[in-house]
Ligand binder design. Structure first.
Ligand code: IPD
Length: 301
């Protein structure tokens, strides 16, 4: 019920703030260490993990389990460690303990915990908390999304509506991400999409839209939050995982954003539950997310 969701939101917000304290302590510890102690690599040298990703996930998982013993849990680090429960209709928390791990290691203050709740295979609640800026984004399906900044009261998103819809990408501020798959095929496809988005057609860049500019904040969840807020017009990426997008989808959609690509699932005209299907396929290793780049038929894995 909506009262249940409000109470889950209150609990998860407190938990996200607690996680935020550990993230800040961890960042201070990493910044003061002379080497990159505690920084590990996953699939390659740019796919990073720290002891703090694991520590935050353990805390969050333990507290969620004790408060909601019947709920399932999907988390980035548990998944990496081999805990891969299938997605079912049971309420399931979907958590990225530190989204923006590279930023966290470098002290670039766009880092957050992303905590989503999936019910009947759809994301229905999201909490994204950036402890560096003390920005808390929350959303519940059908109840709007909000930004609480420092000690101020929650403000409904988007913060300001554009006077009129953008008539073309050329007026847009667009977030893109480099991701951690830097294989030649992927990086070529991404770079070519970046040039089509930002290049100058008058200077010979074929099919270019010459957007106002591109941004890369290094956190998928914060990109969703920034679109919800109104600071970004669009976020485009190939290769997100469920924990990168679960909370963000709710927050962005509640602010009026449209999510499309493999994760699109909320269109009222579509009965397809794509979030559930894509998440399950990713979790069981059958498929990675496929996103079509502008003018490309490029897929990743
Ligand atoms: C990553 C970040 C990055 C995005 C990747 C994500 P992590 O999450 O959000 O910006 O490009 O797709 O996996 O590894 O920092 O939790």
């Amino acid at each position: 019920t909506s009262a249940d969701l409000r109470s889950i939101l209150d609990f998860t917000v407190k938990l996200a703030r607690k996680a935020g304290d550990i993230i800040l302590e961890g960042s201070a510890a990493i910044q003061s260490a002379s080497s990159e102690s505690g920084v590990g690599e996953k699939k390659n040298s740019v796919d990073l993990v720290t002891e703090f990703d694991v520590k935050v996930e353990e805390l969050v998982k333990k507290e969620l389990k004790s408060q909601y013993p019947t709920f399932q849990f999907i988390g980035e680090e548990s998944y990496a460690a081999g805990s891969r429960p299938p997605l079912t209709d049971t309420p399931t928390f979907c958590v990225d303990p530190i989204d923006g791990t590279t930023n966290f290691i470098h002290g670039f203050p766009f880092v957050c915990i992303s905590l989503g709740l999936i019910y009947r295979r759809q994301p229905i609640l999201g909490v994204i908390y950036n402890p560096f800026l003390d920005h808390l984004y929350t959303g519940i399906s059908g109840q709007g999304s909000y930004l609480t900044s420092k000690d101020s009261e929650p403000v409904r998103l988007p913060l300001s509506k554009p006077a009129k819809p953008l008539s073309s990408l050329s007026q847009a501020l667009i977030a893109v991400e480099w991701g951690s798959d830097r294989s030649q095929t992927t990086i070529n496809a991404k770079s070519s999409s970046f040039s089509r988005l930002a290049g100058d057609p008058a200077q010979g860049v074929a099919d270019a839209k010459m957007a106002h500019s591109l941004r890369s904040v290094g956190s998928a969840a914060l990109n969703f939050a920034l679109v919800a807020q109104g600071g970004l017009d669009l976020y485009w990426e190939i290769g997100c995982w469920p924990w990168d997008v679960c909370a963000g989808i709710v927050i962005a959609q509640e602010a009026g954003a449209v999510v499309c690509g493999s994760y699109a699932s909320f269109s009222s005209t579509s009965k397809e539950n794509k979030f559930g299907v894509v998440t399950e396929e990713i979790l069981t290793g059958r498929k990675y997310i496929v996103v079509r780049a502008i003018g490309d038929a490029q897929t990743e894995k």
